[in-house]
Design a protein. Structure first.
Length: 227
């Protein structure tokens, strides 16, 4: 009888606890299933979003190849307005800038590259945009602006050689030969084996009357003087 009484008492306690806390349990289950459903809906939306951005990008790419720039711009604007955080929009900005350079629309190309520098995803695309914008500014005769873009870069990881080569070109245009030689050598030193145009950099050094060894010594001397 004692065991039966204990069992009965425990049952009553469970019922009492459920009456007091049943609402919280139900609410917890509702929230749990709601979050699960919401997460699946979010995943589906993400997938759909990527697919739509990809479709807009592919259409824009095809239109640019067919030299239908007016229509391509329309798709580009849709990407910027509706999918600003998409990697496809970042790639579209770079593609549109390139197309506008070939069309002689340099000011519009600058705006596209500035957009990519500010909004691009993933982060390395911002570095690419900055490097291309520096080259474009330099080609427009604004060497100082190009140099500022390089100097103010938050990161140049993966593009150290390109940044250094542009610096060399800028210094050469300013008549600062030693700095140009040092920058070209820095570009050479940053190149991985079999990557980049090593031969062109060596030609640039030779055109300045410097061998690769001379440039290395010049960089070492300059580094020693700064430390």
């Amino acid at each position: 009888m004692s065991d039966l009484y204990d069992t009965h008492e425990q049952g009553e306690r469970v019922k009492s606890w459920l009456r007091e806390n049943g609402g919280a349990i139900v609410m917890g289950l509702v929230l749990a299933f709601g979050l699960m459903f919401g997460f699946k809906q979010w995943q589906a939306w993400q997938t759909s979003n990527r697919q739509q951005a990809s479709a807009e990008y592919q259409v824009m790419s095809t239109l640019i190849k067919s030299e239908n720039m007016d229509a391509a711009v329309s798709n580009y604007e849709v990407l910027k307005a509706e999918y600003p955080k998409s990697a496809y929009t970042s790639m579209a900005a770079l593609m549109m800038a390139k197309a506008r350079v070939f069309s002689g629309q340099f000011d519009l190309a600058v705006k596209d590259l500035e957009y990519a520098m500010e909004h691009a995803q993933p982060a390395p695309v911002k570095v690419i945009a900055r490097e291309r914008l520096a080259r474009l500014k330099f080609s427009q005769g604004d060497a100082d602006a190009a140099l500022r873009l390089l100097d103010e870069a938050p990161s140049s990881v993966g593009f150290e050689a390109q940044f250094a080569e542009i610096r060399g070109d800028i210094y050469l245009s300013k008549g600062e030969t030693e700095k140009a030689i040092g920058s070209y050598q820095e570009a050479l030193d940053s190149l991985e084996e079999g990557v980049g145009n090593r031969e062109l950099l060596e030609i640039k050094l030779e055109a300045l009357g410097a061998t690769v060894a001379d440039a290395t010594d010049l960089r070492s001397d300059a580094g020693g003087g700064e430390m």
